[in-house]
Design a protein around this ligand. Structure first.
Ligand code: URA
Length: 187
C-alpha cells in the first residue's frame, strides 16, 4: 500500500477549477468536479459534463441525471449517499466523445478523488468510465451487470443512463443492474 497522503477533496476541487492542461478548458463555462458524500460507500463515474452540467457545475443534472436519480432509487440509494464524478471534468464541445489525450491528462484527478473518497464500490457508467477503471478493451455490452475488481475496489459496470434516452431497450437492463447493485450493497 502506498503511504502517499490523500489530498482533501476541497484541495482537489480547487486544482480542477484552475486546470488548463488541455484545450477543453477554453470552451468550458466551469469545471464539474463531482458531487455528493465525501465518505460514500459507492462512487459513480460517468463520462463527461454535458451542457447543463457545464452551466451548473454539478454532474448529472440534465436528462441523463433525471434517469440516474430514478435508477438510484431502485438501488435504494439517494444522491446524498453516493459520490458522483466523471472521467472528464470539462465539457467536450457538442458532447463529442472524450479523446485519449484528454482522458490521459484529466484522469489523475479522478484517481485522487477515488483515493480520498476510498469507496467500497465503483459503479462505472458506460464505456469510457468502464474502460478507464478496469483497464480493459471489453465493451459495456458484455460487462454490464457483472461484478469486477480493480485493486481493492469492487467495480460494477452499468450502461450509461443516457443510453436509454436514445435506445429504450436499454432501460430494462439499467433497471435490472441497479436492482442488482441494491442487492450487492445489502450483502
Ligand atoms: N453524462 C455524463 O457522463 N456525466 C454527466 O455529468 C452528465 C451526463
Amino acid at each position: 500500500m502506498s503511504s502517499k497522503p490523500h489530498i482533501p477533496l476541497d484541495e482537489l476541487r480547487a486544482q480542477v477549477a484552475s486546470c488548463h492542461a488541455c484545450p477543453l478548458a477554453e470552451g468550458r463555462t466551469q469545471t464539474v468536479f463531482g458531487d455528493g458524500n465525501p465518505n460514500a460507500r459507492v462512487l459513480f463515474v460517468g463520462e463527461a459534463p454535458g451542457k447543463n452540467e457545464d452551466l451548473q457545475g454539478v454532474p448529472f443534472v440534465g436528462k441523463a441525471g433525471q434517469n440516474l436519480n430514478t435508477l438510484l432509487e431502485i438501488a435504494g440509494l439517494q444522491r446524498e449517499d453516493v459520490f458522483i464524478a466523471n472521467v472528464l471534468k470539462c465539457r467536450p464541445p457538442g458532447n463529442r466523445d472524450p479523446r485519449p489525450e484528454e482522458i490521459e491528462v484529466c484522469t489523475p484527478f479522478l484517481r485522487e478523488q477515488t483515493r480520498t473518497i476510498d469507496p467500497e464500490f465503483i459503479v462505472t457508467l458506460g464505456n469510457f468510465a468502464t474502460k478507464f477503471i478496469l483497464k480493459t478493451d471489453m465493451g459495456i455490452t458484455r460487462l454490464h451487470g457483472t461484478l469486477q475488481k480493480a485493486g481493492r475496489f469492487k467495480v460494477f459496470p452499468i450502461y450509461h443512463p443516457a443510453a436509454a434516452i436514445y435506445d429504450h431497450s436499454k432501460w430494462e437492463a439499467l433497471e435490472n443492474d441497479f436492482a442488482t447493485l441494491g442487492r450487492l450493497l445489502k450483502e
